[in-house]
Design a protein around this ligand. Structure first.
Ligand SMILES: [Fe+2]
Length: 383
C-alpha cells in the first residue's frame, strides 16, 4: 500500500479521540509513544498519535523501542540479543513521567523487558497505557481497516453493552441463529460479563488494548450449550485469521462433537481435543463484538483485533484467563490449559429469551431505557 493511500487524517483524528476522550489527557500531561520497526503499521500508528499530539499542542516524545535495547517478537527472541538487553534506560524514561501521563505502545508483536513486566511497571507508576499489539499479523492492505477500527465509539459501546448486559444477566436462553437456520442455544445461567470498551470511569488502572468494542461472558455450567453453529473464520496455526467457506459444528453438552470443516480446522480441533483429559473441545467464551469500524468480510489478520467486529465469536479450549477457576473443580488445580482459540460464528440473529437483540446487517437492536437500569440497580441492591 502506498503511503498516499493510508488515511492518515482519519488515523490522527482517531488517535486524538483516544488520547482526549478515552484517556482524558490534557496539556498538563505528557505522552510517551514507543514503536518498533518490525512492521510498517507500528510506525504508522505511532505517527498517528504524534500528529494528533502535535495538533492538540500536547507535550509528547516518540521512541523506537529498539533504541533502548528493547526486544520485539518474543517468538523469535534470540539469546544473543538478550545480552545487549538493557531496560534501565526505558525504565528511566517512564519514571520521568508523572502519574496520569499516557504511554502508547505501538507494537509489531509485544514489547518485552527482561526484568520488568511492562503493564505492571507502568500501572505501578499510575501511568495510563494505550496498547496496540501483534500488528504485524495484519497485512499491509488492511491498514485502513485497522485505522477504522480505532474509531472513537464509546457512547455506542456504553449503550449497547448496558443493553446486552441487562438482557444476558437474567437470561434463560441465548440463541444464535445462522443464515441457514442452524441454532445453538446457551440455556443455563451465564458467568460474569466483561467489557472491552476503554471505558475507564471508576477504574484504578487506565489501560487497554486497542481496537476495542466487545462484551463477553461464558456459560456458568459449560454443559448447558447445545445445537449447531457455522464458522466463517478461524485462526491458522500461526494465529492469523482465515476467512473460510462456512462449515458446521455440532455441539452436545457444551463441546463440539463433530464438524465438516477444512483440514486446517481439523488440525486445530485435534490440538484442542488433545489438551483435554476426556478428549473433548469445550465452547468457552461467548463474545459479542461491537466495533463498527471492522466488517465481517474486511478481515484483520490479527485475530484479537478482528474479534471486536460486530458479530459473535466463541473461544474454544481449556484456557480462559478470566474464567480459569471454573475448571479447577473438574480437573484439579494444575490442569493442562494451553489453548484459547477464537472462532467466528455466523449469527444472523441473536435471540435472548425470545427477543431479537441482533440482526446481521443492522447490528444490535438496542432498546435501552436508563430508567430500567436504575430499577434493576435498586432491585439488586435490595434483593
Ligand atoms: Fe473475545
Amino acid at each position: 500500500m502506498n503511503k498516499e493511500e493510508i488515511n492518515t487524517k482519519k488515523l490522527s483524528e482517531n488517535c486524538s479521540k483516544i488520547v482526549t476522550e478515552n484517556f482524558k489527557i490534557t496539556k498538563d500531561n505528557k505522552v510517551l509513544i514507543f514503536y518498533d520497526n518490525v512492521c510498517p503499521l507500528s510506525k504508522i500508528v505511532a505517527d498517528g498519535y504524534a500528529l494528533a499530539c502535535t495538533e492538540l499542542g500536547f507535550n509528547f516524545e516518540v521512541f523506537n523501542f529498539y533504541e533502548f535495547g528493547g526486544l520485539d517478537n518474543p517468538d523469535l527472541l534470540d539469546e544473543n540479543h538478550m545480552v545487549e538487553f538493557d531496560d534501565e534506560k526505558v525504565k528511566a524514561k517512564v519514571e520521568d513521567l508523572t502519574a496520569g501521563d499516557l504511554v502508547v505502545l505501538s507494537q509489531s508483536s509485544s514489547f518485552r523487558m527482561s526484568k520488568y513486566r511492562w503493564r505492571n511497571l507502568l500501572h505501578d507508576l499510575d501511568l495510563k497505557v494505550a496498547e496496540h499489539a501483534h500488528m504485524r499479523m495484519n497485512d499491509d492492505s488492511e491498514t485502513n481497516t485497522y485505522i477504522e477500527s480505532l474509531n472513537y465509539d464509546l457512547p455506542y459501546y456504553k449503550k449497547t453493552a448496558a443493553f446486552l448486559r441487562e438482557k444476558i444477566e437474567k437470561s434463560k436462553s441465548i440463541k444464535l441463529v445462522s443464515k441457514s437456520g442452524k441454532v445453538i442455544e446457551f440455556s443455563g445461567e451465564m458467568d460474569k460479563i466483561y467489557e472491552n470498551a476503554a471505558n475507564f470511569e471508576g477504574k484504578k488502572d487506565w489501560g487497554s488494548r486497542f481496537p476495542v468494542g466487545e462484551i463477553f461472558t461464558e456459560s456458568l455450567d459449560l454443559s448447558t450449550v447445545n445445537g449447531e453453529f457455522e464458522i466463517y473464520a478461524f485462526p491458522r496455526l500461526d494465529h492469523k485469521t482465515v476467512l473460510c467457506e462456512q462449515f458446521t459444528c455440532i455441539v452436545e453438552g457444551g463441546f463440539i462433537v463433530s464438524h465438516n470443516g477444512p483440514k486446517e480446522f481439523e488440525e486445530l480441533f485435534k490440538l484442542l481435543q488433545a489438551e483435554n483429559p476426556e478428549g473433548v473441545c469445550f465452547i468457552r467464551e461467548l463474545g459479542m463484538g461491537m466495533n463498527r469500524g471492522i466488517k465481517r468480510d474486511t478481515r484483520l489478520g490479527d485475530i484479537s483485533s478482528f474479534e471486536r467486529h460486530q458479530g459473535v465469536h466463541f473461544s474454544l479450549g481449556m484456557k480462559h484467563g478470566i474464567y480459569r477457576k471454573k475448571l479447577i473443580k473438574q480437573y484439579g488445580k494444575k490442569f493442562y490449559q494451553r489453548y484459547h482459540i477464537d472462532v467466528f460464528v455466523d449469527a444472523d440473529q441473536i435471540i435472548i429469551d425470545g427477543v431479537k437483540v441482533f440482526q446481521y446487517g443492522e447490528g444490535y437492536l438496542v432498546k435501552y431505557s436508563p430508567w430500567n437500569t436504575i430499577l434493576n440497580w435498586f432491585s439488586k441492591l435490595f434483593a
